[in-house]
Ligand binder design. Structure first.
Ligand code: SAH
Length: 466
């Protein structure tokens, strides 16, 4: 199985820097299922081609414990196509051999990783379940010019018909990391098969590698379904997360601006985060969660408090997490500090084992971003499954909105808010949650209190009874 990647971007040999593989050398890598070799059939200033040759060990494949391909039919071990075609083995090889290029890192040419350059990928044999039509529907929306040559089932017997195997050329002007990411995800999608067990971790991989393109891809459903091996619950979860993230990203620019403008007049954000930090400190918590941590403002405050030994930030948006990581200067933190803090992507709409066992959780200005019908799931995730000793939760008080001069009457503070509640509505909801899940709850106003309308933010502090 051969994958060739070429560029004509001058000097073309810079492809070697981007791939972290020197054009003059042949390099080989041992993988659990065979060997990968990287070499350059051509390398000059005008054009450079890198080749990844995958040599899948067909004997080892058959001997693998639970070898899937041996089970399919009696002769499978003799006639398996796996060693010869582009499949999930190739995706694994790309991730191993070109890991820096895949994640868009390049020490020597940082500028080049961010530059769209003319690129061509050639796959010697790509199995396409769904044929050329699907191949085009997957790659063309991403800007590729696709050339596909279908192979006959048996060239000696023309009557045998067409196979699902194609020789494929893909041309695009894009970043190398984009090309590799598209190949990484879409090869197994076209093959509609994976050589390894697919579980929840695969959703994360899909969302990570699909971060910049999947939410807008017209075939996102079939991509998620096939990538997750037709497991309906995994597919639904991936699509739900994609949609949430999409909505979040669409609104992100307006969100920050709008809310900051509206609430900025009174420096509300700072007051709120100081209050939340104070409540978490008072609870005596050592291990804390910030659920829906956004760009990490609260995390930064928590990191400044020695009391908190373990701090975890979770958000549904990869982009928000990336910004949080940058703002925390995570890469420059001393090792000891790095150990105190962890960020991960997740959704408050789904039970998540990673959230159990913490002393306290903050949920700051998050619940109003959830659709009302999903609030019940959110309640269970936080109060039944994660069930920390203390939960500090804030949300806007809609009664106060009339006091914001630059907020039009009847509008929420931000377009992505699905609801904003009065004090009565919030307190009734919180009292119900406390009762159902065995917590006691106390309410605190945040920000300047005004007669009749109360304070701009309302906070509930829940304490588990046993
Ligand atoms: N707590 C932060 C951010 C508030 S903005 C602060 O006070 O600054 C709301 C955040 O909730 C966004 O970052 C959004 O991505 C996140 N969010 C929305 N729906 C979510 C969900 N279902 N699960 C986890 N996070 C979610």
């Amino acid at each position: 199985m051969l994958l060739k990647i070429s560029t004509t971007y001058a000097p073309a040999t810079d492809l070697g820097y981007l791939l972290h593989k020197h054009p003059a050398r042949i390099q080989s890598f041992g993988l659990s299922f065979g060997q990968a070799h990287v070499f350059y059939p051509e390398a000059c200033a005008e054009k450079c081609t890198a080749a990844l040759l995958l040599d899948v060990d067909s004997v080892a494949l058959v001997r693998r414990p639970h070898g899937r391909f041996a089970e399919n039919f009696a002769l499978a071990q003799y006639v398996s196509d796996r060693p010869y075609v582009a499949s999930s083995f190739l995706s694994v090889a790309i991730a191993r051999v070109f890991s820096s290029a895949l994640s868009g890192k390049c020490k020597d040419r940082p500028q080049l990783t961010a530059t769209a350059i003319p690129l061509k990928a050639e796959l010697s044999i790509l199995p396409c379940r769904g044929g050329e039509k699907l191949l085009r529907r997957l790659f063309e929306p991403l800007g590729y010019t696709v050339t596909a040559e279908q192979h006959k089932l048996d060239p000696c017997f023309p009557g045998c018909g067409q196979s699902r195997y194609f020789t494929v050329r893909l041309e695009n002007t894009c970043r190398l990391s984009e090309l590799l990411t598209h190949l990484y995800v879409l090869i197994p999608v076209l093959d509609d098969e994976k050589h390894y067990w697919v579980g929840e971790a695969e959703i994360k991989k899909l969302l990570k590698h699909g971060e910049d393109w999947l939410a807008e891809h017209p075939e996102q459903e079939s991509i998620a379904r096939r990538y997750l091996k037709h497991q309906r619950h995994l597919t639904n979860e991936a699509l739900a997360q994609l949609r949430e993230e999409d909505a979040q990203e669409l609104n992100e620019a307006t969100q920050a601006a709008e809310e900051r403008v509206v609430e900025g007049q009174i420096g509300l954000n700072d007051i709120r985060l100081t209050m939340v930090t104070e409540m978490l400190k008072r609870s005596g918590a050592k291990r804390v969660l910030d659920l829906g941590c956004g760009e990490g403002k609260l995390l930064r405050k928590l990191l400044g408090e020695k009391q908190f030994e373990e701090i975890v930030g979770m958000d549904v948006s990869h982009r928000a997490l990336k910004i949080a990581q940058e703002r925390l200067h995570y890469d420059r933190l001393p090792e000891k500090e790095k150990k105190r803090i962890r960020l991960f992507q997740g959704s408050l709409g789904y039970r998540d084992k990673r959230l159990t066992g913490y002393d306290a959780a903050a949920v700051v200005e998050v619940m109003e971003h959830l659709d009302l019908p999903r609030l019940a799931a959110f309640e269970r995730v936080v109060f039944e499954f994660a069930c920390p000793q203390t939960v500090v939760l804030t949300t806007p008080n809609i009664e106060y909105n009339v006091k914001f001069e630059n907020l039009q009457a009847g509008n929420f503070r931000h377009k992505d808010h699905r609801f904003e509640w009065t004090r009565d509505e919030f307190q009734a909801w919180a009292a119900g949650v406390a009762k159902r899940f065995g917590y006691a709850v106390v309410f605190h106003p945040i920000g300047p209190e005004v007669e009749d309308v109360g304070s701009p933010t309302q906070m509930a502090v829940f304490n588990r009874k046993n």
